[in-house]
Ligand binder design. Sequence first.
Ligand code: GLY
Length: 315
Amino acid sequence: MMQAYNIPTAAYKTFSNEQDAKAYVDKTGVPIVIKADGLAAGKGVVVASTAQEANAAIEDFLCNQKFGEASRTIVIEEFLEGEEFSLMAFVNGDAVYPMDISQDHKRAFDGDEGPNTGGMGAYSPVSQISDSVQKRAVYEILKPAAEALVKEGRPYQGILYVGLINTDDGPKVIEFNARFGDPEAQVVLPRLENDLLQVMEDVMNQKPVKLSWKDEACVGVVLASSGYPDTYDKGQELPNLDRIHSNAHVFHAGTKLKQGKWTTNGGRLLLVAAENSSLEKAREQVYEEMKKLNSDHTFYRKDIAQKAFYCKTIS
Ligand code: GLY
């Protein structure tokens, strides 16, 4: 659909044969992106910086069927270089109401090292992505995508999420989701001044909506089980969450309440988010809270939102 409607995205090819996939990597070179074609809980993407890594991913996905049916076909995609950001919108047909943008941190470890995850933390706003780039993302990508769905006879109602890379040629799509982003929603929605349910009702009832956003910044850090995104234990007791200050938000994900105590029950356990007058202050505040959650069974990234302080704005 993106090709048909000139929506900027990475060049790609799909494969279900190992030899053909490896020959394509050989021809195209690295870095290159290997994706399972189906759903893999945010873990079905390998950004390979060497041919060995690319070939290992091809074998894992196609031959060892790491994600079963979801990796029977793979997509091999051009590696897009640039700053990543996430843009979500309330959509009803061709009516598109973009939210303020955020930036996710998909790699497991500090410095964007380690395997891809569903997202280890996020922040909003993202000042190094200029207003003009955000406008291009809305007018060249988000709106054309919603309009394309109308033209295809499949008008969309709901949250449309687009993951973008701000390349030298402008923003390009890396993914679409038909839902809120996680952890993006946890840092964008606290900044929304409107009543969320009213916005949803108005969008559904085709009433015009004007979204307004707090000036405050919001930073969210994910607490994950040690071992995530690979294997990890469940049922480990978490530090006392009552110690988290009441002005921070705690969003549960992979937790379970057992005899009155919160225990681990998944990879990404919870996210703590803090809002403050500047990104720096929100960051300091959230990490003060995260210190209270240190334990042998969990880990979290220490560098969420740090990029915002050294990245130049690219317009
Ligand atoms: N954080 C990426 C996603 O929600 O898909």
